[in-house]
Design a protein around this ligand. Sequence first.
Ligand SMILES: NC(=O)c1ccc[n+]([C@@H]2O[C@H](COP(=O)([O-])OP(=O)(O)OC[C@H]3O[C@@H](n4cnc5c(N)ncnc54)[C@H](O)[C@@H]3O)[C@@H](O)[C@H]2O)c1
Length: 430
Amino acid sequence: MELLKKIESKQAKLGVIGLGYVGLPLAVEFARAGFTVVGYDVDQTKVNDLMAGRSYIPDVPSDHLADVVKNGRFVATTDPKRLNEVDIIDICVPTPLRKTKDPDMTYVVQAVEATAEVLRKGQLIILESTTYPGTTVEVVQPTLAAKGFKPGEDFYLAFSPERVDPGNPQYQTKNIPKVVGGINEDSTRAAVAFYSQVMDTVVPVSSPSVAEMVKLLENTFRAVNIGLVNELALMCHRMSLDVWEVIDAAKTKPFGFMPFYPGPGLGGHCIPIDPFYLSWKARQFNFEARFIELAGVVNGSMPEFVVQRIIDALNSQRKSLNGSRVHIIGVAYKRDVNDLRESPALEVLELLAKRGATVSYTDPYVPHLKHGHLDLTSVNEKSMHESVDCGVIITDHKVFDYHSMVTRFPLLVDTRNALKGVTRKNVFRL
Ligand SMILES: NC(=O)c1ccc[n+]([C@@H]2O[C@H](COP(=O)([O-])OP(=O)(O)OC[C@H]3O[C@@H](n4cnc5c(N)ncnc54)[C@H](O)[C@@H]3O)[C@@H](O)[C@H]2O)c1
């Protein structure tokens, strides 16, 4: 296969469609490994930033980006025609849900159409966006085949789920094993050879649908276990037990137990969304994915429970939520990232404002926040705690000085156990 030789000699050119949390680290990693990479994104602002060497993804240092822009290994563009220069196209566009919780395939369809426009013999096309089992074969393949090319012969096609964990310094693109499933043996072989140039471990599976299901199993596993532990937190609260102490002790078991932690609700572009791609597909087989639905209900109730704990805290000082000033500490969906997508902080803020509280927030990673009627700017919590009735830790960024908060805020609701070991009357946990 001609393409294999090109990959192994690093002569193969890579095109990445969608330069976000998934596509940008991938593009920069391959460029740093010596490949020439064309990144295509519809967002002109992002393209401008990238070409100026400014990274908007914390896991991609600007100096790494600037190096590969400068040495010509990476170019970002809004022109899809530039993809006709490349041998491999990796699609990393969003896969959100519609309001009805059905998959929104708009971006994937657009990206595949852009790919079909430039498709030529010998190319390898890989879909990385998280999606339901069957997408590669049912959605991607027919659009490309409609160009008159034979799938698996004239072009190679595979699915490979992205497993990146933003903000995780230990596991990044290079050392996260990569699962790959091609539509035929040659497609898998080409995709394995490609990823092996950069990733330490590549795991081939028998089909794209298996690879698609692998990703959904992983994320459903997290959603369901978080749902279980959130339910346990609600139960422990009723029983006046400290759920954090229970988990800490349970995790001393060296086998058969893996700790998950309760929190203010699910966030990010993956865990709250991906399982519904699976339950949607399962319904087409007349199969009801009950664990997914149940976990969705429990996890979805957590922001309301957080508000209840804020009301409990205020109540201890004979205050009502209506008219109180509540300050949210950390709004990103998880620690040390700047990503607000689906963050439970947004729902908590909305519920508080609806009930008449005056809300504000601090998050060094999120300078501004717009959500519904709310339009807020992050304030330094050290400068304003005196006028606040209750602080609420939603995201436990490492930069916060938690222990001084305990004396600075009259009341603190801690949804992350950031104040582990602190036993003061003004601290309320989940
Ligand atoms: N963020 C994560 O932690 C993560 C982890 C694993 C998998 N995923 C999956 O990866 C996929 C991408 O997620 P993300 O977090 O990188 O999204 P993102 O929103 O950060 O990035 C997607 C990029 O695609 C661009 N885009 C949208 N439509 C386009 C089109 N038609 N052509 C070219 N560019 C287009 C957007 O402008 C954006 O820059 C999703 O399917 C997601 O579920 C995300």
